[in-house]
Design a protein. Structure first.
Length: 234
């Protein structure tokens, strides 16, 4: 999920009409594209299949709920990073077909976030709403994780082409929330692991996020300075 193209309108994509740099559908893929999309679609089930397999064979460890919560949380972050990597990779390689995967990847991020949240609500809190609200209010890592999840919902809901067309420019603005979600996800991970004095992975994912968001900031600054430098038409 991140601002996409109409052809790929996933959470966080740009509506077709606003698609920059000629990412015309004809240019963005060939006969292999449906097969590649099918392969990515199937591969993205691996994290869930692994949990199911481990569960069926008694390999979820001493604390299965913790295993599932952590596994789904980490895979949410992985899919967020992959989704955010689509635009920089596309621009750097000129391989426009990449955009055709963004919506699916963003929706998988939402899917694993929903599983992660459901595990927490169901097996950790047993639907104790008061306990959850207390957690959200008192534990900063839960607060930011919850905020990230809530922000993901409108992106998933408006990820269809029809919604992109309907919302127009507002769709693009809305899907910029993916950047805030990326930051909140890192904060969530960082705070959680800081309590355990184990910041290796949060630092790694934090660095990846800095590169993915920093690239956009630099691209935006460059585009802005070019626009300012170009002579205005009378
Ligand atoms: C976009 C949303 C979210 C992302 C990307 C995310 C990501 C993560 C990550 C990466 C971990 C650590 C996994 C590990 O230890 O390797 C984690 C753990 C956890 N998350 Fe999230 N999370 C999100 C939303 C939420 C929400 C909404 C809640 C609950 C309200 C939540 C509750 C937890 C809990 C309870 C843990 C495990 C803490 C522990 O084992 O001590 N997360 N999450």
């Amino acid at each position: 999920m991140e601002p996409t193209t109409p052809t790929t309108t996933r959470p966080g994509t740009r509506p077709a009409a606003a698609t920059p740099r000629g990412a015309a559908p004809s240019a963005a893929g060939g006969r292999w594209l449906p097969w590649a999309k099918a392969a990515v679609f199937v591969a993205a089930w691996y994290p869930l299949a692994r949990i199911v397999l481990f569960g069926a064979t008694g390999q979820l460890g001493a604390n299965p709920i913790e295993f599932i919560t952590r596994s789904t949380g980490l895979w949410t972050l992985v899919f967020l990073c992959i989704t955010l990597a689509v635009t920089p990779l596309r621009r750097l390689t000129g391989w426009n077909a990449l955009i055709r995967f963004r919506r699916m990847l963003g929706l998988y991020a939402f899917f694993y976030a929903a599983l992660h949240f459901t595990t927490y609500v169901w097996f950790d809190k047993w639907f104790d709403v008061a306990g959850m609200l207390k957690d959200i209010g008192k534990r900063p890592f839960i607060t930011v994780g919850f905020a990230a999840f809530v922000l993901l919902i409108p992106l998933a809901v408006t990820s269809t082409r029809a919604m992109a067309r309907r919302l127009g420019r507002r769709w693009q603005m809305l899907h910029r929330a993916i950047y805030a979600i990326g930051v909140l996800a890192i904060l969530h991970f960082w705070w959680m692991k800081a309590g355990k004095h184990d910041l290796v992975l949060p630092k790694l994912y934090g660095a990846i996020m800095v590169v993915l968001l920093g690239w956009r900031l630099v691209a935006w600054l460059v585009a802005r300075s070019r626009a300012n430098a170009s002579p205005r038409r009378a």
